[in-house]
Design a protein around this ligand. Structure first.
Ligand SMILES: C[S@@+](CC[C@H](N)C(=O)[O-])C[C@H]1O[C@@H](n2cnc3c(N)ncnc32)[C@H](O)[C@@H]1O
Length: 438
């Protein structure tokens, strides 16, 4: 729920989505005044904020001691408002590199409170073998909650689908169908499928090689724990021979009540008779999600490659983020109907991440983007040399909002590039309004 009516005049709009679906807002203007207006309009209404602020101030006219102090003051003013925009369970993600992470942590601790730090994500990109000390290539995302305590009270837990589980479940279902209901035969078929594949799957997934009498894929685990740590030793009867089975070394993992429930639910794999120690069955369809690991390796060139598909043969924006990476973390950190704000939106990656997620899971997330229309430094030089200056049409046409963010989003929503050619990439049926802050 955000912005019943519009806070700024609309300059253009696209309606390609369900009329009932939310309208993404892309606001051209200076983020400080826009944030001030938004927070007045509707405080505590944003579920997730992602920002990738520029490092070091570019304007030098404010009389600060140095670039860092200026950077810090600029960002502080915006973070203070950002905090007021977050819902009680809201989260903010701040992208930052090695050179600013120390300062950013101090600043963000002051604004959000150190007790609200949730994590620091570490993105290891391409390594440069020519560097002096390490190969570098590390970027961070520092993540704070508006109130970590509220998140704990609400039992918020971040989870994501385990990669590859769907493939194994599909192979299991196929084996089960081919075996015509024989657990042994289905297991043989599933094991055949696993041959030469295990290295492609992470963690313990390669252990899920068995299919049970209900066609469910499972792995086995022990029913024992070290002596003194479980529920002691007692008799568990074999279901056919009705004699006590040989227990695992140590104690049973739980009291009789628990193990009897496991037997009832088909969660125990017995041998042919009581002389074989039984195992616990762990079903793959109950292990679909996992806790995300805060570090990941991924080439950082994808963002640029993707933008090249939208603007072929041109580099209109240096170092856009990878919308797939943002989509992954947005899905983990916020619900399918989240309002997601980026007030240093640049090329518009955050909106594309949101649209990607909505297309994948049918969500109704809404993006709110704010960006100025800054012209890249190199381009400014050539424009000035040609007699143009800020405010001129020729100058403004090269700004990030008009030459990158807006045409990018128009392209991915309409399937037609700025030059009229067809865009062969994922096209999203979404609604977008472009607004202009005065
Ligand atoms: C590091 S870039 C963000 C890139 C973005 N994450 C992407 O993937 O395209 C920072 C952007 O913030 C914009 N920006 C800087 N200061 C701003 C301000 N005061 N208000 C609005 N936008 C601003 C710049 O134009 C720049 O495009």
């Amino acid at each position: 729920m955000f912005l019943a009516s519009q806070p700024f005049p609309r300059t253009a709009s696209i309606r390609r989505g369900d009329p009932a679906a939310p309208v993404h807002l892309v606001i051209e203007g200076d983020n400080l005044s826009v944030l001030e207006r938004l927070v007045e309009f509707q405080p505590a209404s944003v579920d997730l904020i992602y920002i990738d602020p520029p490092y070091n101030g570019t304007s030098r006219h404010l009389g600060y001691r140095d670039d860092h102090a200026e950077w810090e003051e600029n960002l502080r003013a915006r973070l203070v408002i950002a905090r007021q925009l977050l819902t009680r369970l809201g989260v903010i993600v701040i992208a930052v590199d090695d050179s600013e992470i120390g300062r950013l942590r101090v600043l963000a601790d002051a604004v959000f409170g150190n007790r609200n730090l949730l994590t620091t994500l570490i993105h290891q990109g391409d390594v440069n073998s020519g560097r002096r000390f390490t190969g570098g290539g590390v970027d961070y995302m520092v993540v704070y909650g508006r109130s970590k305590q509220s998140m704990m009270d609400a039992d918020v837990r971040w989870r994501e689908p385990k990669v590859g589980v769907d493939k194994i479940l599909k192979a299991g279902a196929k084996a089960w169908a081919q075996s015509k209901g024989s657990a042994d035969q289905a297991t043989t078929l599933l094991r055949k499928w696993w041959t030469g594949r295990k290295y492609k799957f992470s963690g313990g997934l390669g252990e899920y090689t068995r299919v049970d009498e209900d066609g469910r894929v499972f792995r086995i685990g022990t029913l024992g724990v070290p002596a003194g740590r479980g529920s002691g030793r007692y008799d568990l009867l074999h279901p056919s021979t009705r004699r006590p089975v040989v227990p695992p070394p140590g104690d049973w993992v739980g009291p009789p009540r628990t193990l009897h429930a496991y037997v009832e639910q088909g969660r125990i794999l017995f041998g042919p008779d009581e002389t074989t120690t039984p195992w616990r069955k762990l079903f793959l369809d109950e292990q679909l999600d996992e806790v995300p690991v805060p570090t990941f390796n991924l080439s950082r060139s994808e963002g640029t490659k993707h933008l090249n598909r939208i603007f072929p043969g041109e580099t209109r924006f240096a170092h856009p983020k990878d919308h797939r990476v943002l989509a992954r973390w947005f899905r983990i950190m916020a619900g399918p109907d989240a309002t997601i704000l980026d007030f240093y939106a640049g090329s518009g990656t955050t909106a594309e991440a949101v649209m990607t997620l909505n297309a994948e899971d049918g969500g109704t997330r809404r993006a709110i983007l704010i960006t100025n229309n800054e012209v890249p430094a190199a381009k400014q030089k050539t424009l000035r040399a040609a007699g143009s200056e800020p405010g001129d049409d020729a100058w403004e046409a090269h700004g990030v909002f008009r030459s990158v963010c807006r045409p990018r989003l128009e392209t991915i929503v309409t399937g037609v590039r700025e030059d009229g050619s067809a865009y062969i990439g994922p096209v999203y049926s979404e609604n977008v309004d472009f607004l202009r802050a005065p």
